[in-house]
Design a protein around this ligand. Sequence first.
Ligand code: UDP
Ligand code: MG
Length: 300
Amino acid sequence: MLTSPKLSVVSPCYNEQDSLEELCRRVTAAREAEVGADYEIVLIDDGSSDSTRSLIGKLCEKDPHFVGVFLSRNHGHQLALTAGLHTCRGERILIIDADLQDPPELLGDMMRMMDEKKADVVYGQRFERRGESTFKRLTAHLFYRLLNSLVDVKIPVDTGDFRLMNRKTLDELNRMPEQHRFIRGMVSWIGFRQVPLKYERHERFGGETKYPFRKMICFAVDAISGFSIVPLRIATYLGFICSLLGVFFLGYTAYSYLTGIAIQGWTTLMAVVLILGSGQLLVLGVLGEYLGRLYMQSKN
Ligand code: UDP
Ligand code: MG
């Protein structure tokens, strides 16, 4: 197959042996109606320790529509997805998790929406998340709102990576050099015409979430640091606040000196500590500003 297929389905899999077969069955049913046989399914094994890898291998042997990407170890969801997005060749690309929380049956609606609204990206936006813990829902809810208050790019709330995009958008995404990737944010950043499709998120088909709390934190840090230099500005803000407080306190030490309540040497010592301290924070803030600019520049 040298010409590009109409549709690529890209799905990262990390220990998803329980869901793989059902994923293939449901994706097959969904794509049959839309694109017939003109498709490929790219499955990325993200260094799984169960039989996911061999299952993908078997699928590829049996059916040339399947493309397997095998990572050397567990590199994480976003990098696995990136590997798949660089491999796929389709004119339209559907990103879907392997755990079937996002229904493949929405493919038809997404395709139609893309045609009717002349959209470049149709992203799934969940209005309900079934079968997920209150903790997960709460953290996800807070996370998307915090993210939006910190970053300049409008990243739609309550969206995952579940989306259909066209080749034009994917080519732009693949040109972005970042190593710490937050793909849903990067797609928003690219622009073009992006429309939401509301849907209800289901429970996992099998297995359990591969995002324990530790990975969720890393993910959130990647997201915020990837799109915002606000954390770098913290030093500047702190510097200003401390300098202000320092001025007041300096006044107080001078007063103590003049009225003689201070023991010898205390005033000088305090003055040095305060001036150096706030000076350092301010300088750190300046460094932060330049670092932030350099960082944004390096992302091209
Ligand atoms: N995943 C992956 N590598 C990882 C963690 C997850 O490829 O290190 C895949 C996983 O197999 C699934 C998708 O990323 O297809 C989303 O993960 P998960 O469903 O565990 O996340 P949640 O839906 O709980 O946020
Ligand atoms: Mg999931």
